[in-house]
Design a protein. Structure first.
Length: 317
């Protein structure tokens, strides 16, 4: 095995060279890394853009997740936002800040995770920046193409619509609880925390079939449904019975003394897509109905308020 080398020993431009050597391209990439800026095609004439930042100790822990895992998570958090607008992801820009004594292989493996997740969504990393920092930080900007469709906003839900979900929910939160209790199994839940499985094609498919609103579930199902309810000035009622419990989640919750529906209703980081559709509309795969839009306000579960109102993730709470 080759001797380890820190990013200080590699140097800024050596690190950039190592990272860019691991990148691929997509048809939308007209000019990748190497100049002052990249060039990405935008046939629609509009570009969908989103930015997220992951900070060590706040969003990830290196003793819980590998560099590759963290790369997947960082890319997925942004690519899911693009899909939630009904757009197709095209490109990522990545800013990486790390301590000078960080092993350069960690940065390379982070890149591998970013590239692999971007490839899943049909996007490419086209540029970014690196800097020294006492706190390991990864900031990602994602770009997307609407392909001639109108964007699906949070503000379009109407009373009488059905509420539907595509993707897993509660798995990542369950994995977080498992890890925080000092365990590493069950693997299915732990891996869900480390690497979200995002249904990227479901976003554009929902847009094509008339979704009236959509959002990436990153902060928790009830919290993000609340964002739609507020933006649309409607109420949303979630059907708890729409979420059958997988055996491993049920068993783990029992062993840890946790209500598993806390993970499902208030846990985040699965990056499922929540959308509303007119009643009777055809739903694209893999969306399934989990509730209804009402003429009221706020979010309820089976017609009743849930918990103390503090549901989901808040960066400053």
């Amino acid at each position: 095995m080759a001797a380890s080398m820190s990013v200080t020993e590699t140097g800024e431009f050596g690190l950039i060279a190592r990272i860019t050597a691991r990148l691929g391209v997509q048809p939308s990439t007209l000019l990748g890394p190497g100049d002052d800026a990249a060039i990405v095609s935008a046939p629609d004439g509009r570009v969908v853009a989103s930015t997220d930042v992951l900070v060590e100790g706040r969003h990830f822990r290196r003793d819980w997740s590998s560099a590759v895992d963290i790369g997947h998570r960082a890319a997925a958090a942004n690519l899911a936002d693009i899909a939630a607008m009904g757009a197709v992801p095209t490109a990522l820009l990545v800013a990486f800040c790390g301590p000078p004594d960080l092993d350069v292989r960690w940065a390379e493996e982070l890149t591998d995770g970013l590239v692999a997740e971007a490839d899943r969504a049909g996007a490419a990393i086209v540029g970014g920046d690196v800097s020294a920092s006492s706190v390991l930080t990864v900031a990602v900007t994602a770009l997307g193409d609407l392909q001639g469709r109108e964007a699906v906003l949070r503000s379009g839900a109407r009373a009488g619509d059905v509420v539907a979900l595509a993707g897993r929910i509660g798995y990542a939160a369950a994995g977080y609880t498992v890890l925080s209790r000092g365990f590493r199994t069950p693997k299915m839940l732990v891996e869900a925390h480390r690497r979200p499985v995002v249904p990227y094609p479901a976003g554009p498919a929902a847009a094509k079939l008339g979704a009236t609103s959509m959002i990436d579930v990153s902060d928790g199902l009830l919290a993000d449904a609340g964002h739609v309810a507020t933006a649309s000035r409607v109420g949303i009622d979630i059907d708890r019975d729409a979420f059958p419990l997988p055996d491993q989640m049920r068993d783990t919750a029992s062993a840890l003394g946790v209500d598993p529906y806390t993970w499902i209703l208030a846990g985040g980081d699965d990056h499922a897509l929540l959308a509303t559709f007119p009643e009777g509309a055809q739903l694209p795969e893999p969306f399934r109905i989990i509730g209804t839009v009402t003429g009221g306000a706020g979010v309820t579960v089976n017609g009743k308020s849930y918990g103390d109102g503090q549901v989901g993730w808040d960066h400053f709470r």
